[in-house]
Design a protein around this ligand. Structure first.
Ligand code: AMP
Ligand code: GLY
Length: 431
């Protein structure tokens, strides 16, 4: 197959790395990064240049398009590819609103009967502030639209909640994304990422994963795109996956199909495991980054065949085989992230890790996020730079292997969390 992956992050490196394990696939990636350049052909087209991406896919006779991030999906890339006759593994723009509008997601959850936090939506700042004062802290304030993962404030005090409303609704720090603001009940518990492959009718759950959103150890500091992840998450073992799909994914797939927009692609439920049971924090309409990296390290089946089965409506007959071992990835960032950070640092030590695409147990794979390749060398170009991932026989072994790999890599002004996996290990010890 000829496959076009769209995106430039660690998730996309993992996607092309996995797709390329079948040597029969020719893989292109737009625009890609310094890591994807080594396993696929980078094509200099931006993720939001929908017309150019479709033209390229048509001209180069792609058999499958795989958008990685949410932006092209909300801009309608799946609709445009479909019009051009190119199979696309991703939802149409209508379904992508599940991620693109938190208010829309709440409406669908209410219709589907999915458990989620109580919530009210506001377009008027005075009404929003009244509501906040009546409810009292803690509360969660969310911009309705896409805000690069920065549109959520978990306000521990009334002052923080009011300040967040000022930032979003008056200063417009997220622009039009916060024209509508949601004020949500603050849930307590551990978070789990639950991703399913969807073909419009049927849903096939993937193993669970756990992200680490806060920038510093012990889940302190501001939220990021994700500082590390592992799969499986002990909080959501394999024998609960089908039940979880029945609770939070199949009802949503049924509502979307009923509205004439069957959901095709990955539907990712961000869950909070509360004392009252699991509740959905958000939906994403794509693989998570960095969850995708450990998830795909564990996957043994041919990913392109699974994606095609989704596009062709036959995922119920597809076989999903994954390794029993645990995979864990740690993200190396540039100092300052998620705020301002330096770029252009040279990264060395990568060659020692023998990144040949083969995965052996205890093997380490380095997935690139914000990197560029120049004259055979790799330089940083983003806040999240690399995700060093490893397999292991259990969470503690995967953690040891990933950190051992990370120690071989050198980059000035880099930092990473030292405790990826620690909470899961504590949970396992408490069982
Ligand atoms: P979201 O983008 O909606 O997943 O929110 C980002 C992060 O904010 C989540 O991963 C949670 O850590 C936190 N969060 C979102 N909604 C809530 C909520 N209702 N209660 C507690 N924490 C939340
Ligand atoms: N890692 C969380 C996300 O991709 O949204």
């Amino acid at each position: 197959m000829r496959i076009l992956v769209i995106g430039s992050g660690g998730r996309e490196h993992a996607l092309v790395w996995k797709l390329r394990q079948n040597p029969e696939h020719a893989v292109f990636v737009a625009p890609g990064n310094g890591g994807t350049a080594g396993v696929a052909q980078n094509v200099p087209i931006a993720v939001d240049a929908i017309t150019e991406l479709v033209d390229f896919a048509r001209r180069e006779k792609m058999d499958l398009a795989v958008p990685g991030p949410e932006l092209p999906l909300t801009l309608g890339i799946a609709d445009a590819m479909k019009r051009a006759g190119i199979p696309c593994f991703g939802p149409d723009a209508y379904c992508a609103r599940l991620e693109g509008s938190k208010r829309f997601a709440k409406e669908i959850m209410a219709e589907a009967g999915v458990p989620t936090a109580a919530c009210a939506a506001f377009t008027d700042i005075a009404a929003a502030k009244d509501h906040v004062r009546k409810q009292g802290a803690p509360l969660v304030i969310k911009a309705d639209g896409l805000a690069a993962g920065k549109g959520v404030v978990v306000a521990r005090s009334l002052a923080e909640a009011l300040a967040a409303l000022d930032e979003m609704m008056e200063k417009k720090v997220h622009g039009a994304a916060a024209n509508t603001v949601l004020i949500e009940e603050c849930l307590q518990g551990e978070e789990v990422s639950f991703l399913c492959l969807c073909d419009g009718k049927d849903v096939l759950p993937l193993p669970s994963a756990q992200d680490h959103k806060a920038v510093f150890d012990g889940d302190s500091g501001p939220n990021t795109g994700g500082m590390g992840a592992y799969s499986p998450a002990p909080l959501l073992p394999d024998h609960h996956l089908e039940r979880m799909a029945d609770l939070v994914v199949r009802p949503v797939a049924a509502v979307m199909a009923g509205r004439g927009h069957p959901f095709v692609g990955v539907l990712y439920a961000g869950l909070m495991m509360t004392a009252d049971g699991p509740k959905v924090l958000e939906y994403n309409v794509r693989f998570g980054d960095p969850e995708c990296q450990p998830l795909l390290m564990r996957l043994e089946s041919d990913l392109a065949q699974l994606m095609l089965a989704c596009v062709e409506g036959r995922i119920s007959r597809a076989e999903l085989v994954y390794r029993r071992s645990t995979a864990l990835g740690v993200v190396l960032c540039a100092r300052g992230y998620p705020g301002a950070y330096p770029k252009g640092m040279e990264i060395s030590g990568l060659e020692e890790l023998g990144n040949d695409g083969a995965v052996k147990d205890a093997g380490v794979v380095v997935f690139h996020s914000g990197t560029v390749q120049k004259a055979g060398k790799i330089f940083s170009s983003g806040g999240r730079v690399l995700c060093v991932a490893a397999l292991g026989d259990g969470l503690a072994a995967a953690q040891r292997n990933a950190y051992a790999g990370l120690e071989k890599i050198r980059m000035a002004d880099g930092f990473y969390r030292r405790d990826i996996g620690a909470k899961g290990i504590t949970f396992l010890q408490s069982e």
